[in-house]
Design a protein around this ligand. Structure first.
Ligand code: HEM
Length: 101
């Protein structure tokens, strides 16, 4: 079974190559971006990192959860640390976010 560090997942951060982590599982959702009923914007915003909270906040249906299986590519390497994906259109505030060493 493949495992991915957070850093590896963070590299897949574009519409043409997008990964997402939900409940410690890694999904390659590139093919799904155009199909998402909630639009592509949220997937691009929440992609390339752990989107568990965003995914759960929406209250996605069982059908949505089943869809995920199709895009499963592996597990998160839990010994790795989350990274802040570098994105051109980042909306995050930088001041209170310490960078990794
Ligand atoms: C790959 C992961 C995801 C899958 C497979 C997925 C799938 C779906 C599906 C099937 C729906 C239709 C309603 C339902 O069945 O629940 C939906 C709706 C929606 N999703 Fe996602 N979703 C994903 C990730 C996300 C994320 C990370 C967000 C971030 C906030 C999000 C936001 C929404 C919103 C706002 C709707 C409601 C759209 C509407 O009814 O107007 N989704 N999603």
């Amino acid at each position: 079974m493949s495992s991915f560090t957070y850093e590896k997942v963070a590299e897949h951060n574009t519409k043409d190559d997008l990964y997402m982590i939900i409940h410690n599982k890694v999904y390659n959702i590139t093919q799904f971006v155009d199909e998402h009923p909630g639009g592509e914007e949220v997937l691009l915003d929440e992609g390339a990192k752990d989107a568990t909270e965003a995914f759960e906040d929406v209250g996605h249906s069982d059908e949505a959860r089943e869809l995920l299986e199709k895009y499963y590519v592996g597990e998160v390497d839990k010994s790795s640390a989350p990274v802040k994906p570098v994105k051109a259109a980042s909306t995050s505030t930088s001041a209170d976010a310490p960078q990794g060493k």
